[in-house]
Design a protein around this ligand. Sequence first.
Ligand code: PMP
Ligand code: GLN
Length: 375
Amino acid sequence: MSKLSNISTSIFTVMSKMATEHNAINLSQGFPNFPVDEKLTDIVAQLTKQDVHQYTPMAGYPPLMNKITTLVAHSYQRTIQSETEILVTTGATQGIFSSVQALVGNGDEVIILDPSYDSYEPNVLLSNGTPVRIALNDDYTPNWEIIEAACSEKTKMIIINNPHNPTGKILTESDFEALEKLLEKFPNIILLSDEVYEYITFEQKHISVHTKPLLRNRTVVISSFGKTFHITGWKIGYVVAPEHLMTEIKKVHQFLVFSVNSLSQAAISEYLDIVFVDNIGDFYQQKRDCFRQLLGKSRFKLLPCEGTYFQVVSYEAISNENDVDFCKRLITEHGVAAIPISTFYENEKDLKLIRFCFAKDNATLEEAARRLCEI
Ligand code: PMP
Ligand code: GLN
């Protein structure tokens, strides 16, 4: 019996593999298919000839950590200490894992909102913690009363994901007011705020825990350069946490990876001098609007998309199949891959919802939509 005997291969692996096998357009796993900024690839080309090939300090390459300090100050007007409050990680995935492993122990309860990103629950199980799944409301807003009712002295952590994968929902000021009140009543609960899509919001702007003084001194904030700079394969992100939490997270990090790929750290450090993060939302808003408009002629019903690069749609008018079967047939018969939403729930639900990733060039979106409109 292994520790994760009940957990199967990630749906992202399953669907991407199937898309490749059937030569389908892959709108399943979330990754961009357009070229990376040439300024970034030029930096990499230059850097390979320089002395950046050995271990960096454990918590991160110091120039990059200073630039992260500047980025957080620019985006959220928060001053953080680069030496004590930042950890550069092998993607957000490793940041989340190291944080949960360091802070959650035997029997500790961790509140995970349902539906949620797939890595949280296995991370908690590997820490011998107990995941407590609380359903989001039907419109994917958190039900703070139910969340509060689930909190007790056993609760060690609440995990939030804002903007939210897969639903694209973003938290509002009133969510944060409710969360602040809740956490005031439970002074020992730590918040883990997965904000990997922080720069991908549209009409309504992202509200980060970084801007919340009552929360940030007890929160682990997770960011991903993979999402922000369209380089998911680089697997590089960072964690910001107050020193008392970060000291513990670093202990796990040092024995898991010790330090992150030096070349990518040096490259992003230089890139942060010349790149603008403030227009990333506009860039993806155009893609979202284009994809939604193209799908407007289809029989799929579009749910709202406030942030992330994911569009959830209902296929209720098209088929009665469950979402996994429908996604498989979408690949084999129609040449488009998507993610079944049921896989983000604790107990699979027959909601007839699937998720498309629109982080694609226009030609890909147009061809995918053409195929989807024929169904
Ligand atoms: N959290 C969420 C909500 C995500 O969607 C992803 C990427 N799929 C991650 C974390 C992991 O990010 P990274 O690729 O930087 O490890
Ligand atoms: N975060 C990506 C998504 O939601 C997938 C990352 C992965 O493949 N693990 O599609």
